[in-house]
Design a protein around this ligand. Structure first.
Ligand SMILES: [Zn+2]
Length: 439
Protein backbone atom coordinates (compact mmCIF):
# COMPACT_ATOMS: atom_id res chain seq x y z
CA UNK A 1 0.00 0.00 0.00
CA UNK A 2 1.11 3.52 -0.72
CA UNK A 3 1.59 5.85 2.20
CA UNK A 4 -0.14 9.17 2.55
CA UNK A 5 0.90 12.49 3.99
CA UNK A 6 -1.40 15.14 5.40
CA UNK A 7 -1.73 18.21 3.15
CA UNK A 8 -0.90 20.57 5.94
CA UNK A 9 1.09 20.70 9.10
CA UNK A 10 -1.82 19.72 11.27
CA UNK A 11 -0.93 18.64 14.75
CA UNK A 12 -4.46 17.87 15.87
CA UNK A 13 -3.62 19.07 19.32
CA UNK A 14 -5.47 21.97 20.81
CA UNK A 15 -6.80 23.42 24.02
CA UNK A 16 -9.70 25.29 22.40
CA UNK A 17 -12.52 25.14 24.92
CA UNK A 18 -15.54 25.53 22.66
CA UNK A 19 -16.51 22.12 21.31
CA UNK A 20 -17.91 23.49 18.02
CA UNK A 21 -14.63 25.28 17.33
CA UNK A 22 -12.71 22.13 18.18
CA UNK A 23 -14.83 19.96 15.89
CA UNK A 24 -14.63 22.59 13.11
CA UNK A 25 -10.86 22.47 13.01
CA UNK A 26 -10.44 18.69 12.81
CA UNK A 27 -8.93 17.64 9.50
CA UNK A 28 -11.24 14.81 8.60
CA UNK A 29 -10.68 11.55 6.82
CA UNK A 30 -13.79 11.21 4.69
CA UNK A 31 -14.63 7.51 4.53
CA UNK A 32 -17.02 7.45 1.58
CA UNK A 33 -17.65 9.61 -1.48
CA UNK A 34 -18.50 9.15 -5.15
CA UNK A 35 -16.26 11.96 -6.34
CA UNK A 36 -14.70 11.94 -9.79
CA UNK A 37 -11.07 12.98 -10.06
CA UNK A 38 -10.41 16.60 -10.85
CA UNK A 39 -9.28 15.63 -14.37
CA UNK A 40 -12.61 13.83 -14.96
CA UNK A 41 -14.54 16.85 -13.75
CA UNK A 42 -12.59 19.23 -15.99
CA UNK A 43 -13.07 16.93 -18.99
CA UNK A 44 -16.82 16.66 -18.38
CA UNK A 45 -17.07 20.47 -18.01
CA UNK A 46 -19.29 19.99 -14.97
CA UNK A 47 -21.85 22.77 -14.62
CA UNK A 48 -24.89 23.66 -12.55
CA UNK A 49 -27.14 20.84 -13.79
CA UNK A 50 -24.50 18.27 -12.88
CA UNK A 51 -24.88 19.22 -9.23
CA UNK A 52 -28.42 17.85 -8.86
CA UNK A 53 -27.39 14.49 -7.38
CA UNK A 54 -29.59 13.83 -4.32
CA UNK A 55 -31.94 16.71 -4.98
CA UNK A 56 -32.90 14.83 -8.15
CA UNK A 57 -34.57 12.25 -5.92
CA UNK A 58 -36.75 14.85 -4.26
CA UNK A 59 -37.67 16.20 -7.70
CA UNK A 60 -38.67 12.66 -8.77
CA UNK A 61 -40.61 12.30 -5.53
CA UNK A 62 -42.66 15.36 -6.40
CA UNK A 63 -43.33 14.29 -9.98
CA UNK A 64 -40.42 15.55 -12.10
CA UNK A 65 -39.29 13.64 -15.16
CA UNK A 66 -36.23 11.57 -14.20
CA UNK A 67 -34.35 12.56 -17.34
CA UNK A 68 -35.31 16.24 -17.76
CA UNK A 69 -32.20 17.72 -16.14
CA UNK A 70 -29.76 15.06 -17.27
CA UNK A 71 -26.93 15.77 -19.73
CA UNK A 72 -28.64 13.98 -22.61
CA UNK A 73 -31.99 15.68 -21.97
CA UNK A 74 -33.69 17.22 -25.00
CA UNK A 75 -34.23 20.48 -23.08
CA UNK A 76 -32.13 23.56 -23.81
CA UNK A 77 -30.28 25.06 -20.85
CA UNK A 78 -32.78 27.87 -20.53
CA UNK A 79 -35.66 25.35 -20.42
CA UNK A 80 -33.71 23.26 -17.92
CA UNK A 81 -33.29 26.29 -15.64
CA UNK A 82 -37.03 26.98 -15.73
CA UNK A 83 -37.78 23.29 -15.11
CA UNK A 84 -35.35 23.29 -12.20
CA UNK A 85 -37.00 26.32 -10.59
CA UNK A 86 -40.49 24.82 -10.90
CA UNK A 87 -39.45 21.75 -8.91
CA UNK A 88 -37.01 23.53 -6.60
CA UNK A 89 -39.89 25.62 -5.29
CA UNK A 90 -41.79 22.44 -4.39
CA UNK A 91 -38.77 20.91 -2.63
CA UNK A 92 -36.99 23.90 -1.12
CA UNK A 93 -37.79 22.63 2.40
CA UNK A 94 -35.86 19.38 2.09
CA UNK A 95 -32.35 18.98 3.38
CA UNK A 96 -31.06 18.02 -0.05
CA UNK A 97 -32.31 21.40 -1.31
CA UNK A 98 -30.78 23.18 1.68
CA UNK A 99 -27.42 21.54 1.02
CA UNK A 100 -27.36 22.67 -2.61
CA UNK A 101 -28.32 26.18 -1.53
CA UNK A 102 -25.61 26.24 1.12
CA UNK A 103 -22.94 25.04 -1.31
CA UNK A 104 -23.92 27.64 -3.90
CA UNK A 105 -24.07 30.47 -1.37
CA UNK A 106 -20.77 29.64 0.29
CA UNK A 107 -18.72 28.65 -2.75
CA UNK A 108 -20.24 30.86 -5.47
CA UNK A 109 -21.83 33.65 -3.46
CA UNK A 110 -25.04 32.81 -5.33
CA UNK A 111 -28.47 34.12 -4.47
CA UNK A 112 -30.20 34.90 -7.79
CA UNK A 113 -32.77 32.08 -8.07
CA UNK A 114 -34.00 33.10 -11.53
CA UNK A 115 -33.50 31.53 -14.97
CA UNK A 116 -30.91 34.21 -15.80
CA UNK A 117 -29.19 33.76 -12.45
CA UNK A 118 -28.91 30.00 -12.92
CA UNK A 119 -27.57 30.31 -16.45
CA UNK A 120 -24.89 32.75 -15.25
CA UNK A 121 -24.05 30.44 -12.37
CA UNK A 122 -23.81 27.47 -14.74
CA UNK A 123 -21.08 29.30 -16.68
CA UNK A 124 -19.18 30.09 -13.51
CA UNK A 125 -19.34 26.50 -12.26
CA UNK A 126 -18.17 25.19 -15.64
CA UNK A 127 -15.23 27.61 -15.53
CA UNK A 128 -14.41 26.61 -11.93
CA UNK A 129 -14.42 22.94 -13.01
CA UNK A 130 -11.32 23.67 -15.07
CA UNK A 131 -9.44 25.33 -12.19
CA UNK A 132 -6.46 23.05 -11.40
CA UNK A 133 -6.69 24.19 -7.77
CA UNK A 134 -10.41 23.36 -7.46
CA UNK A 135 -10.09 20.28 -5.26
CA UNK A 136 -7.39 21.84 -3.11
CA UNK A 137 -9.54 24.94 -2.57
CA UNK A 138 -12.82 23.19 -1.81
CA UNK A 139 -12.00 19.77 -0.36
CA UNK A 140 -8.83 20.55 1.55
CA UNK A 141 -8.91 24.26 2.36
CA UNK A 142 -12.66 24.81 2.86
CA UNK A 143 -13.99 21.39 3.92
CA UNK A 144 -10.77 20.46 5.81
CA UNK A 145 -10.77 16.95 4.38
CA UNK A 146 -7.26 15.53 4.26
CA UNK A 147 -8.22 12.41 2.34
CA UNK A 148 -11.45 10.99 0.90
CA UNK A 149 -12.13 7.34 0.17
CA UNK A 150 -14.06 7.51 -3.07
CA UNK A 151 -16.15 4.90 -4.86
CA UNK A 152 -14.98 5.23 -8.43
CA UNK A 153 -14.58 3.22 -11.63
CA UNK A 154 -10.81 3.42 -11.80
CA UNK A 155 -7.85 3.03 -9.47
CA UNK A 156 -6.10 5.82 -11.38
CA UNK A 157 -6.80 8.67 -8.97
CA UNK A 158 -4.74 11.46 -7.43
CA UNK A 159 -3.66 9.88 -4.16
CA UNK A 160 -3.08 13.33 -2.66
CA UNK A 161 -6.85 13.62 -2.27
CA UNK A 162 -8.32 10.17 -2.69
CA UNK A 163 -8.14 6.49 -2.10
CA UNK A 164 -10.19 4.49 -4.60
CA UNK A 165 -12.77 1.85 -3.70
CA UNK A 166 -14.49 -0.16 -6.43
CA UNK A 167 -17.86 -1.90 -6.63
CA UNK A 168 -17.73 -5.71 -6.76
CA UNK A 169 -21.37 -5.96 -7.84
CA UNK A 170 -20.42 -6.42 -11.50
CA UNK A 171 -18.58 -9.63 -10.58
CA UNK A 172 -21.59 -11.34 -9.01
CA UNK A 173 -24.55 -9.60 -10.64
CA UNK A 174 -24.05 -11.43 -13.90
CA UNK A 175 -27.10 -12.45 -15.91
CA UNK A 176 -25.97 -13.53 -19.37
CA UNK A 177 -23.11 -14.34 -21.75
CA UNK A 178 -22.90 -10.68 -22.66
CA UNK A 179 -22.22 -9.67 -19.03
CA UNK A 180 -19.49 -12.31 -18.82
CA UNK A 181 -18.00 -11.16 -22.09
CA UNK A 182 -17.95 -7.56 -20.86
CA UNK A 183 -16.00 -8.57 -17.75
CA UNK A 184 -13.57 -10.60 -19.85
CA UNK A 185 -13.00 -7.57 -22.05
CA UNK A 186 -12.52 -5.20 -19.11
CA UNK A 187 -10.05 -7.48 -17.37
CA UNK A 188 -8.41 -8.80 -20.56
CA UNK A 189 -8.88 -12.35 -19.26
CA UNK A 190 -10.62 -15.38 -20.73
CA UNK A 191 -12.75 -17.49 -18.41
CA UNK A 192 -13.88 -20.89 -19.62
CA UNK A 193 -15.16 -22.42 -16.39
CA UNK A 194 -16.35 -21.38 -12.95
CA UNK A 195 -13.04 -21.94 -11.19
CA UNK A 196 -11.35 -19.67 -13.75
CA UNK A 197 -14.06 -17.10 -13.02
CA UNK A 198 -13.33 -17.26 -9.29
CA UNK A 199 -9.62 -16.91 -10.05
CA UNK A 200 -10.39 -13.81 -12.13
CA UNK A 201 -12.16 -12.19 -9.16
CA UNK A 202 -9.19 -13.07 -6.94
CA UNK A 203 -6.79 -11.50 -9.41
CA UNK A 204 -8.85 -8.30 -9.68
CA UNK A 205 -8.92 -7.97 -5.90
CA UNK A 206 -5.15 -8.40 -5.70
CA UNK A 207 -4.70 -5.71 -8.37
CA UNK A 208 -6.94 -3.35 -6.41
CA UNK A 209 -4.92 -3.90 -3.24
CA UNK A 210 -1.67 -3.14 -5.07
CA UNK A 211 -3.26 0.03 -6.50
CA UNK A 212 -4.02 1.24 -2.96
CA UNK A 213 -7.72 0.37 -2.55
CA UNK A 214 -8.32 0.27 1.21
CA UNK A 215 -11.64 -1.68 0.97
CA UNK A 216 -14.18 -3.24 -1.38
CA UNK A 217 -17.81 -2.23 -1.77
CA UNK A 218 -20.99 -4.26 -2.19
CA UNK A 219 -23.99 -2.24 -3.37
CA UNK A 220 -26.50 -5.04 -3.87
CA UNK A 221 -29.09 -3.53 -1.52
CA UNK A 222 -29.95 -1.39 -4.56
CA UNK A 223 -31.18 -4.27 -6.68
CA UNK A 224 -31.89 -7.26 -4.42
CA UNK A 225 -32.27 -8.32 -0.83
CA UNK A 226 -29.29 -8.39 1.54
CA UNK A 227 -30.55 -11.78 2.74
CA UNK A 228 -28.21 -14.59 1.78
CA UNK A 229 -28.48 -18.29 1.03
CA UNK A 230 -25.65 -20.76 1.52
CA UNK A 231 -23.05 -21.03 -1.25
CA UNK A 232 -23.22 -23.95 -3.70
CA UNK A 233 -20.23 -24.33 -6.03
CA UNK A 234 -21.74 -27.21 -7.98
CA UNK A 235 -24.93 -25.39 -8.90
CA UNK A 236 -23.05 -22.14 -9.57
CA UNK A 237 -20.74 -23.95 -11.97
CA UNK A 238 -23.78 -25.17 -13.92
CA UNK A 239 -25.32 -21.69 -13.99
CA UNK A 240 -22.02 -20.24 -15.16
CA UNK A 241 -21.73 -22.74 -18.03
CA UNK A 242 -25.31 -22.18 -19.10
CA UNK A 243 -24.73 -18.44 -19.28
CA UNK A 244 -21.47 -18.98 -21.11
CA UNK A 245 -23.30 -21.19 -23.64
CA UNK A 246 -26.09 -18.61 -24.05
CA UNK A 247 -28.72 -20.83 -22.45
CA UNK A 248 -29.91 -18.06 -20.12
CA UNK A 249 -33.51 -18.66 -21.14
CA UNK A 250 -33.41 -21.93 -19.20
CA UNK A 251 -32.25 -20.26 -15.97
CA UNK A 252 -34.67 -19.37 -13.19
CA UNK A 253 -34.42 -16.62 -10.56
CA UNK A 254 -33.48 -19.24 -8.00
CA UNK A 255 -30.49 -20.31 -10.14
CA UNK A 256 -29.27 -16.73 -10.40
CA UNK A 257 -29.73 -16.30 -6.68
CA UNK A 258 -27.51 -19.28 -5.86
CA UNK A 259 -24.91 -18.04 -8.34
CA UNK A 260 -24.89 -14.52 -6.89
CA UNK A 261 -24.83 -15.67 -3.29
CA UNK A 262 -22.00 -18.13 -3.93
CA UNK A 263 -19.97 -15.33 -5.47
CA UNK A 264 -20.74 -12.90 -2.64
CA UNK A 265 -19.55 -15.54 -0.17
CA UNK A 266 -16.40 -16.00 -2.24
CA UNK A 267 -15.72 -12.25 -2.39
CA UNK A 268 -16.16 -11.94 1.38
CA UNK A 269 -13.86 -14.91 2.02
CA UNK A 270 -11.17 -13.41 -0.21
CA UNK A 271 -11.48 -9.93 1.29
CA UNK A 272 -11.23 -11.45 4.77
CA UNK A 273 -8.13 -13.42 3.74
CA UNK A 274 -6.54 -10.11 2.63
CA UNK A 275 -7.83 -8.33 5.76
CA UNK A 276 -9.61 -5.95 3.38
CA UNK A 277 -12.68 -4.21 4.84
CA UNK A 278 -16.03 -4.88 3.14
CA UNK A 279 -18.25 -1.79 2.82
CA UNK A 280 -21.91 -2.70 2.37
CA UNK A 281 -24.75 -0.34 1.48
CA UNK A 282 -27.51 -0.66 4.06
CA UNK A 283 -30.81 1.21 4.30
CA UNK A 284 -32.36 3.87 2.08
CA UNK A 285 -31.85 3.57 -1.66
CA UNK A 286 -31.64 6.70 -3.74
CA UNK A 287 -34.55 6.80 -6.14
CA UNK A 288 -32.69 8.85 -8.73
CA UNK A 289 -30.20 5.98 -8.94
CA UNK A 290 -32.37 2.93 -8.39
CA UNK A 291 -35.37 3.89 -10.49
CA UNK A 292 -38.70 2.57 -9.31
CA UNK A 293 -37.24 -0.71 -8.08
CA UNK A 294 -36.69 0.45 -4.51
CA UNK A 295 -37.69 -1.86 -1.72
CA UNK A 296 -36.42 -0.44 1.53
CA UNK A 297 -37.22 -3.68 3.36
CA UNK A 298 -34.53 -5.49 1.34
CA UNK A 299 -31.83 -3.20 2.66
CA UNK A 300 -32.03 -3.70 6.44
CA UNK A 301 -28.67 -4.41 8.03
CA UNK A 302 -30.36 -7.16 10.07
CA UNK A 303 -30.49 -9.34 6.92
CA UNK A 304 -26.70 -9.57 7.07
CA UNK A 305 -26.52 -11.16 10.54
CA UNK A 306 -25.91 -14.72 9.22
CA UNK A 307 -22.86 -13.38 7.34
CA UNK A 308 -21.50 -11.70 10.46
CA UNK A 309 -21.82 -15.01 12.30
CA UNK A 310 -20.29 -17.03 9.49
CA UNK A 311 -17.25 -14.81 8.91
CA UNK A 312 -15.93 -13.63 12.28
CA UNK A 313 -12.57 -12.80 10.71
CA UNK A 314 -14.03 -10.44 8.07
CA UNK A 315 -14.36 -6.68 8.71
CA UNK A 316 -17.78 -5.42 7.71
CA UNK A 317 -18.52 -1.70 7.43
CA UNK A 318 -22.24 -0.95 7.30
CA UNK A 319 -22.79 2.27 5.37
CA UNK A 320 -25.53 4.83 6.03
CA UNK A 321 -26.55 3.61 9.51
CA UNK A 322 -29.13 1.39 7.77
CA UNK A 323 -31.35 4.49 7.60
CA UNK A 324 -34.06 4.54 8.86
CA UNK A 325 -33.50 1.33 10.88
CA UNK A 326 -31.03 3.02 13.21
CA UNK A 327 -32.09 1.19 16.38
CA UNK A 328 -31.41 -2.33 15.16
CA UNK A 329 -28.32 -0.96 13.40
CA UNK A 330 -26.82 0.31 16.66
CA UNK A 331 -27.62 -3.00 18.36
CA UNK A 332 -25.93 -5.02 15.57
CA UNK A 333 -22.75 -2.93 15.57
CA UNK A 334 -22.66 -3.09 19.35
CA UNK A 335 -22.78 -6.88 19.42
CA UNK A 336 -20.55 -8.01 16.58
CA UNK A 337 -16.79 -7.45 16.93
CA UNK A 338 -16.46 -7.76 13.12
CA UNK A 339 -19.02 -5.04 12.31
CA UNK A 340 -18.37 -1.27 12.16
CA UNK A 341 -20.68 1.73 12.04
CA UNK A 342 -20.42 4.26 9.21
CA UNK A 343 -22.41 7.52 9.29
CA UNK A 344 -21.88 8.25 5.59
CA UNK A 345 -24.78 10.06 3.87
CA UNK A 346 -26.92 10.27 7.04
CA UNK A 347 -26.19 13.98 7.60
CA UNK A 348 -27.28 14.68 4.04
CA UNK A 349 -30.53 12.73 4.30
CA UNK A 350 -31.55 14.32 7.59
CA UNK A 351 -29.45 16.08 10.24
CA UNK A 352 -32.04 15.17 12.88
CA UNK A 353 -31.87 11.49 11.99
CA UNK A 354 -28.08 11.66 11.97
CA UNK A 355 -28.19 13.28 15.39
CA UNK A 356 -30.36 10.47 16.77
CA UNK A 357 -28.09 7.85 15.23
CA UNK A 358 -25.00 9.51 16.73
CA UNK A 359 -26.68 9.66 20.13
CA UNK A 360 -27.44 5.93 19.97
CA UNK A 361 -23.96 5.04 18.80
CA UNK A 362 -22.43 7.19 21.56
CA UNK A 363 -24.35 5.22 24.16
CA UNK A 364 -23.96 1.79 22.64
CA UNK A 365 -20.91 1.38 20.41
CA UNK A 366 -17.20 1.62 21.34
CA UNK A 367 -15.79 4.84 19.88
CA UNK A 368 -13.11 3.04 17.87
CA UNK A 369 -15.84 1.30 15.83
CA UNK A 370 -17.58 4.42 14.48
CA UNK A 371 -16.70 6.21 11.25
CA UNK A 372 -18.20 9.64 11.66
CA UNK A 373 -18.08 11.26 8.24
CA UNK A 374 -18.65 10.41 4.61
CA UNK A 375 -20.53 12.83 2.35
CA UNK A 376 -21.53 10.26 -0.29
CA UNK A 377 -21.70 12.99 -2.95
CA UNK A 378 -20.69 12.90 -6.60
CA UNK A 379 -19.51 16.53 -6.53
CA UNK A 380 -17.26 18.38 -4.09
CA UNK A 381 -19.81 21.17 -3.61
CA UNK A 382 -22.09 18.61 -1.92
CA UNK A 383 -19.24 17.12 0.08
CA UNK A 384 -18.31 20.60 1.31
CA UNK A 385 -21.88 21.51 2.35
CA UNK A 386 -22.58 18.22 4.14
CA UNK A 387 -19.22 18.31 5.92
CA UNK A 388 -20.33 21.57 7.53
CA UNK A 389 -23.57 19.94 8.69
CA UNK A 390 -21.77 16.88 10.06
CA UNK A 391 -19.54 19.11 12.17
CA UNK A 392 -22.58 20.96 13.51
CA UNK A 393 -24.43 17.75 14.36
CA UNK A 394 -21.47 16.18 16.14
CA UNK A 395 -20.74 19.36 18.11
CA UNK A 396 -24.41 19.59 19.15
CA UNK A 397 -24.41 16.00 20.44
CA UNK A 398 -21.12 16.49 22.28
CA UNK A 399 -22.14 19.82 23.78
CA UNK A 400 -25.17 18.13 25.31
CA UNK A 401 -23.04 15.28 26.62
CA UNK A 402 -20.62 17.73 28.26
CA UNK A 403 -23.47 19.72 29.81
CA UNK A 404 -25.06 16.62 31.32
CA UNK A 405 -21.70 15.38 32.61
CA UNK A 406 -21.73 12.23 30.44
CA UNK A 407 -18.43 13.31 28.84
CA UNK A 408 -15.71 15.50 30.23
CA UNK A 409 -14.55 18.07 27.70
CA UNK A 410 -11.50 15.96 27.00
CA UNK A 411 -13.55 12.81 26.47
CA UNK A 412 -15.83 14.66 24.05
CA UNK A 413 -12.85 15.91 22.03
CA UNK A 414 -11.31 12.45 21.99
CA UNK A 415 -14.56 11.01 20.72
CA UNK A 416 -14.66 13.60 17.92
CA UNK A 417 -11.08 12.85 16.88
CA UNK A 418 -11.78 9.12 16.85
CA UNK A 419 -14.83 9.25 14.64
CA UNK A 420 -13.75 12.05 12.27
CA UNK A 421 -10.12 11.03 11.78
CA UNK A 422 -8.25 8.52 13.91
CA UNK A 423 -10.45 5.44 13.40
CA UNK A 424 -10.17 5.69 9.62
CA UNK A 425 -6.37 5.94 9.85
CA UNK A 426 -6.16 2.79 12.01
CA UNK A 427 -8.87 0.76 10.32
CA UNK A 428 -7.95 1.47 6.70
CA UNK A 429 -4.22 1.36 7.54
CA UNK A 430 -3.53 4.87 6.22
CA UNK A 431 0.16 4.80 7.06
CA UNK A 432 1.76 8.21 7.10
CA UNK A 433 -1.28 10.19 8.19
CA UNK A 434 -0.95 11.68 11.62
CA UNK A 435 -3.60 11.01 14.22
CA UNK A 436 -5.07 13.82 16.30
CA UNK A 437 -4.81 13.98 20.08
CA UNK A 438 -6.15 16.29 22.80
CA UNK A 439 -3.54 18.12 24.83
ZN1 LIG B 1 -22.14 5.69 -1.61
Amino acid sequence: MASYQPKKEWRGRTKIADIQTFVDQIHMIDVHEHLPTQAMRAKDQVGFFDLMHYLDSDFVSVGADREALKRFSALEKKEKAAYFLTYYKKCSNTHYAKLLKKALEDLYDFNDWSVEGILALDERITAFSKDPELYQKVLVDKAKIDLAITLIITTNVNLDYFLPVLFYDDYFHVRCAEDLHKLEKETAEQVSDFSAYLALIDKVMEQHIVAGCPAIKLGHAYFRTLEMTEPCLEKSEKVFLMMKNKQEALLKEDDYRTFEDTLIHHIIQKAAAHDLPIQIHTGLQETSVSGDGNDLRHARAAHLIPLFLKYPQARFVLLHASTPYIYEYAAIVKNFPNVYADMTWTYGISPSLAEQALELLTDMVPQTKIFGFGGDYNHIEGTYAVSKVARQVLAKVLKRRIETGYFSEEEAKNFALHIFRNNAIDFYKLNGLEKGAVL
